[in-house]
Design a binder for this molecule. Structure first.
Ligand code: COA
Length: 377
């Protein structure tokens, strides 16, 4: 019996697959299919990033129009799912409703469950999921708040439509830019935990809906996408800028983690956080909530000074979404609505590699335990 397996706690630095999609540089850069996001942001729209990740090339004008139209035409979700959201128990976190709704989408796929998984069918499913997840998120919000369902407009970009169908009012130019950039920055990020979960499911040749459901359940955790909702809780817990120092020092003293800080790969700045900080400043200014921005800046200064730990994507994202009028319970759902692009493109990549992702464990239990019959235990 071998129990001398090499054990890598948390799979830190283990490369579990190869990818063409994104590269997370520990020194603080992020590349989508070779393009530095610093060069892309502000120059492309979210649909171009979808095209880039799906087809590994930026679209020309015709391709962009094509993918935009395709996405809008795929946004509609089955009425039965809206009904099921309506009938869900009160008080359930919306992230749980999203997890269930994505799983349910699989039941309404036009093409029946198909063991052969043709590439064309899977590409269609990928586009359909990228289009439908934001619609599910908007439906969860609107049904729960007894608001009418709002339908997307042909003339809007995809990100703009998402904000529109969620809030029920058109975004202005600044909001449009903020949501566009937010979605681009959240689209993909190497083999993060939820993407890994998606790839593990896909590696068993399970269907795309199952793989995405695994990913949503993984994103939900507060060490991953669930962090930004907790960032907002923290900001609301501190009434005044002057209380920030004591509050954060107290948390650090108690050995608690500050949500929105730290990263498995980046050793210093997370480039996404750098961009989100700039966006957050602009959107907080326009709604007169610079107090939130100032609190964030102060927390950042203290945590870097005390722990040399830097803000991650979830930190400034919280006040960006808050300024766009998104309730904090929906922050992780907005993350999922963008990361769905990364998930499905990784799932397609995993299908094309077709190797079972199945590590091993190092057994540290006992051996030779004496069996005792049930009446003698
Ligand atoms: N606040 C305070 N201390 C933190 C911290 C945080 N946010 N993140 C990490 N640390 C500390 C840990 O306590 C640990 O200290 P120790 O060595 O004295 O025990 C050290 O830094 C290493 O952290 P660890 O949790 O082992 O790193 P990891 O690579 O396993 O975890 C995260 C990465 C993201 C899970 C972790 O930084 C974290 O929990 N962050 C808060 C949640 C969050 O924002 N998640 C979103 C990620 S995008």
């Amino acid at each position: 019996m071998s129990h001398e397996k090499e054990y890598i706690r948390g799979l830190r630095d283990v490369a579990a697959c190869e990818t063409h999609l994104s590269f997370v540089d520990p020194l603080g850069a992020l590349y989508y299919v070779g393009y530095d996001i610093d060069r892309l942001l502000g120059r492309v729209c979210y649909e171009e990033i979808i095209h880039l990740l799906l087809f590994r090339k930026l679209p020309d004008e015709m391709e962009l129009n094509g993918i935009r139209q395709k996405l809008i035409s795929e946004m509609k979700i089955p009425n039965q799912i809206i009904q099921s959201i309506r009938e869900s128990p009160e008080g359930v976190h919306p992230m749980e409703l999203l997890r269930t709704a994505i799983s349910q989408l699989g039941e309404y796929d036009d093409e029946p469950y198909d063991e052969s998984y043709s590439d064309a069918a899977n590409l269609n499913r990928a586009l359909s999921l990228i289009a439908k997840v934001p619609t599910l998120v908007a439906a969860i919000y609107r049904v729960r708040n007894k608001k009418e369902i709002v339908h997307p407009k042909e003339e809007y970009s995809f990100a703009e439509n998402f904000l529109y169908i969620f809030r029920g009012k058109p975004a202005d130019q600044e909001e449009k830019e903020a949501i566009e950039r937010y979605m681009i920055l959240h689209a993909d990020h190497g083999l993060n935990a939820s993407t890994f979960a998606a790839r593990v499911s896909a590696s068993t040749l399970s269907d795309m809906y199952s793989a995405v459901t695994s990913a949503v359940g993984t994103l939900k955790g507060k060490l991953h996408g669930g962090a930004s909702e907790r960032v907002m809780d923290m900001l609301l817990n501190v009434d005044d800028l002057h209380e920030v120092e004591d509050y954060i020092q107290g948390m650090l003293f108690d050995g608690k983690k500050i949500m929105g800080f730290g990263h498995r790969i980046y050793v210093s700045n997370d480039p996404r956080s750098r961009h989100l900080r700039i966006i957050s400043k602009a959107v907080c200014q326009r709604i007169n909530r610079m107090d939130l921005y100032q609190k964030c800046k102060k927390i950042q200064t203290i945590v870097i000074k005390e722990k040399k730990i830097y803000p991650n994507v979830d930190f400034y994202a919280a006040i960006v979404l808050n300024a766009l009028d998104i309730p904090k319970q929906f922050f992780t759902l907005f993350f999922a609505s963008s990361r769905i692009t990364g998930w499905v493109t990784h799932i397609l990549e995993q299908y094309s590699d077709s190797v079972l992702l199945r590590p091993t464990s190092r057994y540290i239990g006992s051996y030779g335990t004496k069996f005792v019959p049930i009446d003698k235990r």
